[in-house]
Design a protein around this ligand. Structure first.
Ligand code: 5GP
Ligand code: MN
Length: 321
């Protein structure tokens, strides 16, 4: 799987590893584990992200520092690796710098239909997570190199991208990989799970309470819609990132095939997260709105206002029924 990847890397020294903007557990876990692998292979590695990593994943940045990139740093890199995203626009400012400097770029990713123009793609849409792919890189090149920190980073990505091993992207092999990570890292699940999930604030629950009250059902109860506004966030002292996981509540309503949370960020627009518990492909749906993602989890932006965003989005979805 990584033959071309390793070949393309050769003869380069300075490697810039990017994770996608608004980073999640999978992209950060993969970035950390891949950066460790590259360092171990003798490359001069720097990890980058335009955005801050959320508090619950800060411990991962103690394993490998993640820096905000500058144009000058980009100019100095010999080769660029993008993890957990299929298009350069998902990685922030580097998209513009790439137009100028034309660096060789490789991706390691599991989103369908990657954009053209990469020098090497390790693109496996059937993989549960990008971390599962990075595990395979270790497997192909020396599995014993997985130490405690690498195991915890990869574990984080697999667990967060699979809803704790519940999604249909999970295969027996995914579970075997998780077992192997627990063994090699010699840690208990709750050491990582507590850091990632058990650090919620009362404010988040107050926001969740408000959001649950907005749930409405459409198209014969097949679509569930939830929303959060800036007003609700300021009333509860929360921000956009505090809505992580909210969409799973409407998705678990009996008979619901699709759940969408709309986040009205006012001047920025309306950000939506779509989740499917059926054959309906929310990647196709999100792409019609200029976004993307996977069959079962995708996201997009709408210019707003909120009511219009909800109406337009439901109109697109109806066509898929
Ligand atoms: P989330 O809803 O958790 O933000 O994202 C779910 C999935 O959709 C992720 O795989 C993410 O990469 C993708 N995604 C979320 N927002 C966007 C977006 O605005 N554009 C694109 N292309 N993909 C998105
Ligand atoms: Mn992912």
């Amino acid at each position: 799987m990584f033959k071309d990847f390793i070949k393309t890397l050769k003869n380069h020294k300075r490697v810039a590893v990017f994770s996608h903007i608004r980073p999640d557990g999978d992209c950060v876990g993969a970035q950390v584990a891949l950066s460790k692998w590259l360092t171990d292979q003798g490359y001069d590695v720097t990890a980058y992200n335009d955005d801050d990593v959320s508090d619950n994943m800060e411990w991962l940045t103690e394993i490998v520092t993640i820096n905000k990139p500058t144009e000058e740093q980009y100019r100095q890199a010999d080769i660029v690796i993008l993890v957990d995203g299929n298009a350069t626009h998902r990685f922030g400012e580097m998209k513009e710098w790439q137009d100028t400097y034309q660096k060789p770029i490789m991706i390691v990713d599991h989103h369908p239909e990657p954009e053209d123009g990469f020098d090497c793609l390790v693109s496996v849409p059937s993989a549960s997570s990008t971390c599962e792919l990075i595990y395979k890189l270790y497997e192909e090149t020396g599995i014993d190199k997985i130490d405690e920190n690498t195991a915890k980073a990869l574990y984080t990505g697999i667990i967060t991208d699979t809803g704790s091993l519940q999604f249909d992207s999970v295969t027996p092999e995914t579970v075997e990989i998780v077992a192997d990570l627990l063994r090699r890292g010699d840690f208990k699940p709750d050491e990582v799970i507590n850091k990632i999930y058990s650090n919620k604030t009362i404010n988040q629950f107050q926001l969740l309470g408000m959001a649950l009250n907005t749930i409405s059902l459409h198209e014969d109860n097949q679509f569930a819609v939830m929303h959060v506004t800036k007003e609700m966030m300021s009333a509860t002292g929360t921000t956009n990132s505090d809505t992580e996981g909210f969409v799973n509540y409407p998705l678990s309503i009996k008979g619901v095939k699709i759940a969408i949370i709309f986040k009205d960020l006012e001047e920025e627009g309306v950000k939506m997260s779509l989740r499917s518990r059926s054959d309906i492909d929310v990647n196709v749906w999100a792409r019609e709105l200029g976004g993307g993602g996977h069959k079962k989890a995708a996201g997009a932006w709408h210019k707003g206002p909120l009511k219009q965003a909800i109406a337009d989005t439901l109109d697109i979805g109806k066509k898929q029924l």
